[in-house]
Design a protein around this ligand. Sequence first.
Ligand code: 0X9
Ligand code: CA
Ligand code: ZN
Length: 543
Amino acid sequence: MKKLLLFFVGFFIVAALFGQDKVIIRLDKPLPEDVKYFSTNNYDIASVRPGEYLDLVVTAGEFQNLVSQGYNFRIYQTIAEMAANLQPEKGIPGYRTYAQALAELQKIENTYPDICKLYNIGETQGKQYYNAGNNNYVNYQHDIWALKVSDNVELDEDEPAIYYMGLHHAREPLSTEVTFYVLNHLLQNYGVDPEITEAINSKEIWFIPIVNPDGHRIVIEQINTDWRKNIRDNDGNGQITNGSYYYPDGVDLNRNYSWHWGEEGASSNPSEITYCGPEPFSEPELIGIRDLLAARHFVAGISYHTYSELVLWPYGYTSNAVAPDATALAALGTAMGNAIPKLGSGTYTPQPIWALYPASGGTDDYAYGKHGIFCYTIELATQFIPPASQVIQVCQDNLQAALILLNRVNKSTLTGHVTNSVTGEPVVAEVYIQGIDNTGLYREPYKSNEAFGTYYRMLPNGNYTITFSAFGYISQTFNNVNVNNLNQTILDAQLVPAQVITVTGTVTDADTGLPIENASLQIMGSPLEPVHTNAAGQYIIPE
Ligand code: 0X9
Ligand code: CA
Ligand code: ZN
């Protein structure tokens, strides 16, 4: 009885303190099963550092509930404290609004017209609702902006591309600040620092500072500083439904990519914080990113998030996931992690995504699984919205890692061109590496690109056996190709076209000897449609 009374008194104190407000609570030294429990039961996980702490975003009631279940949670931060960090009087630079970010991108394009080109790669849900006649979304007419930085910026040159993105998640505006910081650092040092000049001249560097402008507005305008998703009108009431316990509107943009979409760590419940959307790539905010990744030759990228001071790499969609490139991915991730000082002491922790908690449908799994891009999520800082005084510090601390990623392709990389030995035209060929591509979980075969026949394979140092193959060509294998960290290894392949012949024959039933009509035949690996036998069992596969 006494216990029960205490429980109620405790509950009322907490409720009085925070009302329906959310609070971030911390469990110190969580066990692996704790992390598993909270991630599989759709809790709003703010941060995990395995063995160190687990932070949840909860209501006062949920907090009390967990405490009464015996969990040793303590309050880490109230939403009011989080919001306070956005106040202008907290100082400069603070956080950019969408309008400021766009104006800055336009100014950059005007200041550096030879090396900067700004692309509008798509519109947000809010803009689409407004354009369809819904005035409730008048303040959400946003576009997704991508800035390309390269010499001969108007041309699609034969160069490797690297991306830096920010703000998939609304309540993580620091990710936009870091993206801008890297951008401005490169531009200010063009023609000054030889390494940066060379990087801009020999690569395409893409910046997408605000992937989720609608959600960003909700946070920056302090309508709800706890917002994470975009603003898809899930509940169909024609307006943004501002939840406190559930979030009826919005899709988690970091669950809406198509690689193993809708699996572990993603929710099919529209009100959950990790709602993956009605189908893969249902969200307009991601269409431009998907198409950009397909159109350009990306080799590496970083998507910035907050918080936890971690460097993460694929795969994330399932536990114990080993990527074919696990060794090289981990080496680069570790080098980056070691280069980023924490706000306290020590450096960012490097680990594969799944080791945090399985999360499917994220940027990294898609970019790596689909295109073989070495892509990283960097979880910045120690809270979602650090005070402005910390912003510049985190930006500076992250620069070196961004440059390490930018220059990774310069060494320990196999690269070259695959061409037709007769015509010299580029060939889209699979570039298969023994000991890498036959290990780990599935990723799409790595191919040379259509425009130039170029390929890049970032590898651990060593000696490799590589096979180039394409339909209509004789495969070519090279043995003992050395890859080292002095420079790139160039290996070109001139593929000899295979002789083309017409194949004809008859298909009969082995038991009766009678012809089989409508049997389907296809040459393995052929991109052509299957052919079918006629009533006499005969077929022709043309050359
Ligand atoms: O859960 C997430 O989306 C990220 N953490 S956050 O606290 N910023 O929400 C981690 C994403 C890891 N990357 C992928 N799952 N691809
Ligand atoms: Ca709504
Ligand atoms: Zn995030």
